[in-house]
Design a protein around this ligand. Structure first.
Ligand code: SAM
Length: 367
């Protein structure tokens, strides 16, 4: 079937069972991810004018790399699968674009060659590619993870094995997943004296996506490690707190209801997004993108999202308090009126972040 995205049209095989069993994988639901990738590539080139090379490390049909090539990136498309690389060649030709196509294990390629920007968009976890991707990236590493159950603690052992951290299945599960992923990437980069800082991250439709900017040196890598830590969370009253450092310092019990606390970590507690970059990416979302409206809305929310772990869900809190929910704008206004920072978040229509704790939120938003 033919698929048009942005400035390109590619051919992809029919996907019988959500991509399973297809000769070459293609997921139409990831169009938003790809539109934001193209906008982020444009914005990043303005931010760092010397960058020119882009590796689509797990290319499948090549749609991501073909779109990068159509935006004048000196592109390499890599896939381990013969059918995939043959399709990448056809899709480049169809769009009259030139790029290098490699049939290779991406880990081998990334260990032997470095690119300004590397994109790892694999099946499930990106961790098997993490070491090589960090070696093969000069400036910006873009990573997708679709294994949300291990990441957010729903598949606990698998999460611990893949990410070397303790994930917990909380009501802020998408953010837990994002911060576990970031923790693993930051720790992997630090092993090579590289600081990998997220400048844009979003959790959307069963995947987490992040863009990590690199800075080299032991000191900056140490600074990144300092932004790892633990979240302590009460499943009963939904109180939570976090502390920085690699040694967990959990309170003995929840200070509000005295019930048992769950601790997750080490997770990334630093900022997940640079608002200025989110704004610059938003300016690069253009009309020909199929998800332009959704992308613009998402980027505006990311830009305004306050920078504190972790978010709450108004509906869950109100249910717990035996109260009716109210319009989000009014709810957030009440927090502002009480002197707290508060914003909506991109994790869901009823989610918000604030510097108030759960007791303060309840009091500030009471009728
Ligand atoms: N990025 C694509 C897109 O936006 O449509 C989707 C990529 S698909 C989820 C993952 C691809 O990774 C598959 O085509 C698979 O053949 C490829 N792959 C799996 N292991 C690989 C490896 N070690 N090196 C390179 N490619 C690999």
């Amino acid at each position: 079937m033919r698929v048009s995205e942005g400035r390109v049209t590619v051919t992809v095989p029919e996907q019988p069972d959500a991509g399973k069993g297809a000769d070459v994988f293609f997921n139409p639901v990831q169009e938003l991810n790809r539109d934001i990738t193209v906008a982020a590539l444009r914005a990043y080139r303005e931010r760092t004018p010397r960058v020119s090379t882009y590796l689509d490390a797990t290319a499948a049909s090549g749609i991501r790399g073909v779109r990068a090539a159509a935006n004048d990136w000196e592109t390499t498309l890599c896939d381990i699968d013969d059918d995939a690389t043959a399709l990448c060649e056809q899709n480049l030709e169809r769009n009259d674009l030139a790029a290098s196509v490699r049939r290779s294990d991406a880990n081998v390629l990334m260990h032997s060659e470095a690119f300004d920007v590397v994109d790892v968009d694999p099946f499930g976890t990106p961790i098997p590619f993490a070491d090589a991707a960090i070696q093969g990236t000069k400036h910006l590493l873009c990573v997708t993870a679709t294994d949300t159950a291990p990441l957010c603690g729903a598949h606990f052992e698998s999460g611990v094995r893949s990410y070397g951290a303790v994930p917990r299945n909380t009501e802020f599960h998408a953010e837990m997943g994002m911060r576990v992923l970031l923790s693993a990437m930051v720790r992997t980069a630090a092993r090579y004296d590289i600081a990998a800082r997220p400048i844009l991250s979003h959790a959307t439709k069963h995947y987490a996506r992040t863009y990590l900017e690199f800075d080299h040196g032991a000191k900056v890598a140490n600074d990144c490690i300092d932004e790892l830590g633990y979240v302590h969370h009460c499943q009963h009253c939904l109180w939570r707190d976090h502390d920085f450092g690699l040694i967990a310092d959990a309170p003995e019990a929840c200070p509000v209801c005295e019930k048992h606390l769950q601790t997750a970590g080490p997770i990334w507690l630093g900022r997940t997004c640079d608002p200025a970059f989110a704004d610059a990416v938003s300016e690069q979302v253009t009309e020909e993108m199929g998800t332009a409206d959704e992308a613009t809305e998402l980027l505006a929310t990311l830009k305004a999202e306050i920078d504190t772990p972790t978010h709450y869900d108004q509906h869950r809190l109100c249910k717990r308090w035996g109260r009716g929910a109210e319009a989000m704008d009014e709810f957030i206004e009440k927090l502002h009126d009480a002197g707290y920072e508060a914003s909506r978040t991109h994790y869901g229509g009823t989610t918000f972040k604030t510097d108030a704790d759960v007791v303060e939120i309840r009091e500030a938003t009471a009728e």
